[in-house]
Design a protein around this ligand. Structure first.
Ligand code: ADP
Length: 551
């Protein structure tokens, strides 16, 4: 017997229609690269998204054609998200922080038919333009007044002019919810970038889950400032979740330094934000140096790499900002787990509550996860057994763009029974009996010392609690007896001098003696990937020949 409910496809256009109808007058504020602070509304954004869809029709872009973007967080980028996907084309966000050659490679691999970009990236696009073999239309995301007098790009179009030429009377088409909506490449931290192709259905379901109270808890009462870029896994789904709830939105554009962010948080009375730990380092430094307070900021999601417990403590205890630690990846749209306490956990002593909040948290409904050993047999959820984290669900990829080989792996239960196909995340984790997951490492970053595994994240978290440490990375260095031993690389806070012995003494009593790093190197800077993760591959290369004391 079949259900007898309406069959309405879950389409991205329905999100923006809902926002326009029910929160039409709610503001979308953008600090733009042109230098101004721009104000618009959800209903205005949907009108311009419709005009964009008409303009793309006029330019001859077919359903399924990819439209690339090289852009900051701003209202025009939001209009592209909806205008492109809503009209059955595929919105392909490209990370502008990648090397120009990588950007060209990705745009060609995706076969982008058009490329929309912010003024900031005009020189970059002019440079790589000749290498872009499939792009037929270059669209500068600005108004007529900011168009360059001269450019090497053939037929450069002005975004605002394109929209102004259309009447906006456009009906969003209805189609299969499994149609591709968005394309996003992994950052290539661990290999060649690969494209994850999200569908309308996966995006809408992910947005629903992201907005839930035990996830990001987005509401119409919130003022949301996504610090996480819209070119980094769709700003973790916020552009869609914000439309579902119809919140006020504040976009920071390229202005991501501590001062600019603080001023925008205060002037627009931001309540909720999300970003990677490195951004909060900058903001917290600015706030601490100038002895400032937040007057409206209530909670933030921190993910993308491990949130150091010291950062969690500072935000929660010193500034009263709730920290929601989250884990995810490009292949998961990206949300997998978030750490929030339930009524049982809230009865625990404060130290135990904190310990749980420091973990990456519980899976949101829609994500099924477990840990397996090297034979892909499920490991117990005891909070101690560390294994390879595997996931499955309606917003987890099934295959990569343009690739036929499946990334999925068969998993068997603890009893040896077939448990189906799962996506291997490449992360190593523990899961406790209540379902709280904790990432101990990326499988490539684990330090294998004398047959035992040492968690680089745990060692980094301890170093980050040292008052003189700004940033810390732990990498494996070859050792004649133990195979590998941990080396700690630290960046001191401004004006602080750190010594090896002093930093190592800080580990005493916090961890087993054999896990304490063998050596400490003080550096001015730790290299980061285009998505703000520490570039351990580069650090490992840099310190390959490092001689540990006693070797
Ligand atoms: P890429 O895989 O190309 O580096 P992603 O942005 O998809 O880019 O990164 C996903 C990875 O980031 C995860 O597999 C995990 O290793 C790491 N990660 C994400 N969030 C966290 C977190 N809260 N704690 C630790 N690691 C995290």
């Amino acid at each position: 017997m079949m259900g007898q409910m309406m069959s309405m496809p879950l389409l991205i256009s329905s999100l923006i229609q809902h926002a326009a109808r029910h929160s039409g007058n709610t503001e979308i504020v953008s600090k733009r690269c042109e230098g101004d602070l721009h104000r618009t509304t959800w209903s205005e954004v949907v009108r311009r998204a419709r005009q964009l869809a008409q303009a793309l029709d006029r330019l001859g872009l077919a359903a399924g054609d990819r439209v690339g973007t090289l852009a900051w967080n701003g209202h025009r980028h939001l209009e592209i998200y909806y205008g492109v996907s809503g009209s059955a084309r595929v919105c392909h966000t490209i990370n502008p922080r990648l090397f120009p050659e990588q950007i060209a490679w990705i745009a060609n691999d995706a076969q982008d038919a058009a490329l929309c970009f912010d003024l900031t990236f005009l020189p970059l696009v002019e440079k790589i333009g000749p290498q872009l073999t499939t792009v037929r239309h270059f669209i500068l995301m600005t108004d007529r007044a900011h168009m360059p007098a001269q450019t090497t790009l053939p037929g450069l179009l002005c975004f605002d002019d394109l929209l102004a030429a259309e009447d906006g009377h456009y009906v969003w088409p209805e189609f299969d919810e499994h149609t591709a909506s968005t394309l996003c490449y992994t950052s290539g931290t661990t290999g060649h970038p690969k494209g994850a192709v999200y569908s309308h259905r996966s995006t809408v379901l992910h947005a629903y889950a992201a907005a839930l109270p035990d996830a990001m808890a987005c509401s119409r009462r919130d003022v949301i400032l996504p610090v996480v870029p819209m070119f980094h896994v769709n700003a973790w789904g916020l552009p869609y979740a914000m439309a579902i709830v119809g919140s006020k939105v504040v976009f920071p554009g390229p202005h991501l330094d501590g001062k600019s962010l603080y001023e925008l948080f205060e002037s627009e009375q931001v309540t909720f934000s999300a970003g990677v730990p490195t951004v909060w380092l900058g903001l917290l430094n600015y706030v601490a140096t100038n002895a400032l307070r937040f007057s409206s900021f209530k909670r933030t999601v921190i993910g993308g790499s491990a949130c150091p417990p010291a950062m969690l403590r500072t935000l929660m205890d010193d500034y009263g900002v709730e920290v929601i630690h989250a884990w995810g990846m490009t292949e998961l749209s990206p949300l997998g787990t978030l750490s929030k306490l339930g009524s049982d956990e809230l009865k625990l002593p404060l130290a135990e509550q904190r310990h749980l909040l420091e973990k990456q948290g519980k899976a949101i409904y829609g994500i099924d996860m477990t840990i397996v050993d090297d034979q892909r047999r499920e490991l117990p959820w005891d909070g101690r057994s560390a294994g390879n984290l595997v996931v499955r669900g309606p917003w987890v990829i099934d295959s990569y763009f343009g690739q036929t080989a499946s990334p999925l792996v068969p998993v068997s239960g603890q009893d040896g029974r077939d448990a189906g196909l799962w996506f291997p995340t490449g992360d190593v984790a523990t899961i406790d009996a209540a379902g709280f997951m904790q990432i101990t490492d990326r499988s490539k970053d684990v330090i294998k010392s004398g047959g035992e595994w040492i968690s680089s994240i745990e060692l980094e978290n301890i170093a980050m609690a040292h008052p003189g440490v700004h940033e810390a990375a732990v990498i494996a260095v070859a050792h004649p007896k133990w195979d590998e031993r941990p080396l700690l690389v630290v960046v001191p806070k401004p004006g602080v001098t750190l010594t090896r012995d002093e930093v190592l003494a800080f580990y005493e009593g916090k961890i087993a003696k054999w896990q304490v790093p063998d050596d400490v190197v003080v550096v001015a800077e730790i290299p980061h990937t285009a998505t703000g993760k520490m570039l351990k591959l580069k650090l490992r290369e840099q310190f390959r020949g490092h001689r540990l004391p006693g070797c």
